[in-house]
Design a protein around this ligand. Sequence first.
Ligand code: 2HA
Ligand code: ZN
Length: 276
Amino acid sequence: MTITRNSIYTAPFLQEMMETAANLYRLGWAERNGGNISYLLHEYEVLPYVDVDYVIRTVPMNFDASDLAGKYFIVTGSGKYFKNVEKNPVRNLGIIRIAEDGKSYEILWGFEDGGVATSELPTHLMNHMQRLSVDKNHRVIMHCHATNLIAMTFTHSLMEEDFTKTLWEMCTECIVVFPEGVGVVPWITPGTNEIGKATAERMKDVRIVLWPHHGVFGAGTTIDETFGLIETAEKAAEVYTIVCAQGGKKQTITDKQLQDLADAWHVVPRKGILKL
Ligand code: 2HA
Ligand code: ZN
């Protein structure tokens, strides 16, 4: 029996990945091979487009992702450029399924030139495991090199409370968008299990984690929400850059006003930041 499948180029999740890679590139947050995205897909989303019984290649992993066994992701490729995703998705993206033992993944579509999933796969999968344990609707991990956030990691205190407070102050909506604040890990070599573990540890409490002098990781339930989260934090960092360039703050949003905002939006700001 021949099964007729829809063209994968009509799949909403593929369109979202293509658009997002293009947007991150145009914003200047994904130069060269910078940035990576992984998006958890339900099997029923994949089935209309891909024969999931046909494994193109199996790729070993040197960490345990057994909590994600059988789960499907569309991911950006290692060494691939976001600039090129839109014009050649089948080379720059792949659909993978985590194998039953959690020690390898199966490529079901994409990575056509022999490519593999992002070099930051340990951090992505460890973050997915962590976020799913606290939020059953979690689906997206996104990494990029957001310019002003990176710059701030050179000039600003890296204490999470200090960093969060400055971002909240720079744009009125920040405290509403990320009331739990931002996480910061130490500088650790990218691509390693070590940075994955450190990032996932912070992802218990927050959805934004900064990698000093490198970039930012965001987590969310949809591509739009995750992109919006990174965009909001980066906008605040950009305002901070300009405020510093203009000679520094003369006035600001007060702690009382930040609390009023949180109350108005029914969010609970991270403890230990507002001094009321
Ligand atoms: O994929 O951004 O952190 C390239 C990177 C590594
Ligand atoms: Zn990076």
